[in-house]
Design a protein around this ligand. Structure first.
Ligand code: C2E
Ligand code: MG
Ligand code: MG
Ligand code: MG
Length: 278
């Protein structure tokens, strides 16, 4: 049993802690196995333009299979990958795989921007730029079709070198977006400091805009200010027509969410592309 002994108390035994360790050890083993045996996969979620609802891009999202089953969600396994350093190999795999896929779509007449999530450790790890550069060279993907999604945590964690690195990536022609905007300590003033092309409004805001007047007001203000700084604004987690209409009227440029499509396998994504009449 755990006894809380005040702020500076000692705790010799915390069952939740050892349970968490066992769970994360299990996930670590699964991740190592998956990396070695090709049991990681990407799914692709449509990104649509807010005006017409046309698919203009895809976000690549990692999936982990254990004997063909998804036992763990990214919110469970990404933190373990981050803690163990495995994220560097996993993230590199995801980046290459996403670029290959986008290159295939480009070749098949569906030039499609691809967004890839990059975690803090992966981004800070020595040689991130070189690895990115060689993946672009190797796959031949037009760099302007690639967008890296970074969270505020990633951007804040790297010190002075971060802004230089962000600039270098952009000079290579790759786009940058600030993911989960609104969740961290980020304020709009950071948008001035970080050279990003787009920001993605966190799902929690989108969820509440039609319920809560304050959230609606804040979200509108975020969109307006981001637009005045010439950034794209992508709303995440759009599930209803009402949310979509609100966001479009507020000036949001792009949307993602179950209303337009959940993350899906590449083949399903291609069917969606083939079905669109443009
Ligand atoms: P994220 O980058 O913010 O991705 C959005 C998450 O919201 C995805 O969850 C997506 O499936 C989910 N989502 C999209 N639309 C809706 C909606 O309308 N309603 C609801 N309820 N959910 C929606 P997912 O795929 O489970 O990924 C969770 C997080 O894991 C991602 O958040 C990202 O931070 C991380 N992640 C996923 N793939 C990668 C990766 O390749 N590398 C890194 N470093 N992180 C990744
Ligand atoms: Mg993302
Ligand atoms: Mg997000
Ligand atoms: Mg998220």
């Amino acid at each position: 049993e755990v006894k809380t002994q005040g702020r500076h108390g000692y705790c010799f035994y915390a069952p939740e802690m050892s349970q968490r360790t066992a769970a994360s050890q299990r996930i670590e083993n699964v991740l190592r196995h998956a990396l070695a045996h090709g049991e990681l996969a990407l799914q692709y979620q449509p990104k649509v333009d807010a005006k017409h609802g046309h698919i203009v891009g895809a976000e690549a999202l990692l999936r982990l299979y254990v004997n063909g089953e998804e036992l763990f969600t990214p919110d469970q396994f990404i933190p373990v990958a981050e803690d163990t350093g495995l994220i560097v190999s996993i993230g590199t795999w995801a980046l290459r795989e996403a670029c290959l896929q986008a290159r295939t779509w480009q070749r098949n007449g569906h030039p499609m921007s691809i967004s890839v999530n990059v975690s803090p450790l992966q981004f800070q790890y020595a040689g991130f730029y070189e690895r990115l550069d060689s993946i672009l060279n190797e796959t031949g993907l037009d760099p302007s079709l690639l967008e890296l999604e970074l969270t505020e945590r990633t951007m804040m964690s790297g010190g002075d070198g971060t802004i230089r690195l962000l600039r270098r990536i952009r000079q290579r022609g790759v786009r940058l977006s600030l993911d989960d905007f609104g969740t961290g300590y980020n304020s709009l003033s950071y948008l001035k400091h970080f050279p990003v092309d787009a920001l993605k409004i966190e799902r929690a805001f989108v969820r509440d805009i039609t319920q809560d007047a304050e959230t609606a007001a804040i979200t509108s203000a975020i969109i307006a200010m981001a637009r005045s700084l010439n950034k794209d604004v992508i709303a995440e987690g759009v599930e209803t027509e009402m949310q979509s209409r609100f966001l479009r009227d507020a000036g949001c440029s792009h949307m993602q969410g179950f209303l337009f499509g959940a993350p899906m396998k590449a083949e399903q994504f291609e069917e969606r592309l083939a079905a669109r009449s443009t």
